[in-house]
Design a protein around this ligand. Sequence first.
Ligand SMILES: [Zn+2]
Length: 253
Amino acid sequence: MPEGDAVHRAASSLQVLAGQRVEVETPHPRAATKGLVDRLDGRRLESVEAVGKNLLLRFEGGLVLRSHLRMSGRWRVEQRGARRSGRPWLVLRGDEHEAVLWNGPVLELARDGGRLAHLGPDILARPPDFDAMLARLRAERQQRAVGDALLDQRLVAGIGNMWKAEALWQSRLSPWRVLADVPDDKLRETLDVAHRLMQGRLDGVRPLHHVYRRVGRACRRCGGVIRSYPQGEHARMAYWCPGCQKGGRQPGS
Ligand SMILES: [Zn+2]
């Protein structure tokens, strides 16, 4: 699954088109129904920005195109007129380059300040706004488990399931503890760890997993046996070490 860092890489490669008027095509039939060519063709692409796992393309006239890659979406930047087979969702053609979106399951056009305002602060901002994240986490229902809350894009944008699991392990915080039971400095530490792990990945550091997909194996810190269990309304898989991430209502105990 493309995590926040893949979206940030796409945003930086699309910068070659920023400031240019673009020709817009939607070769894929599912994208063609969205009316994007009518509304975007010939407009100037003002900026491209990653916010959490969303790529936001701002066009002149206050139009914002949101692309979320889900499991399979990919952006590619190629030389203008490059040959390709297949039908991409979207082609944005500038003077010398074109950006091509393959399998773009989420593609929606909004007015600036629309739905996107609901996204929380970006974990990969430089620097991230930890105060604002903390404020949103504290405004949330405090009986919600921290492992679930960290994946809520309205509270903090961009933390994927893998990074959530690894950041909680690093800061010795059980995903099952409820927000009310986690002090501010511990939340801040976990957010900071998530930011540094994800930024490291962007900078080319190969991630070493301590709990993610290590179920049944020994914790490298305490020797405990790593567990997993679905968590939250979307049943995302939580991974944790019961030995050094104690507390909360842990399933099966
Ligand atoms: Zn452990």
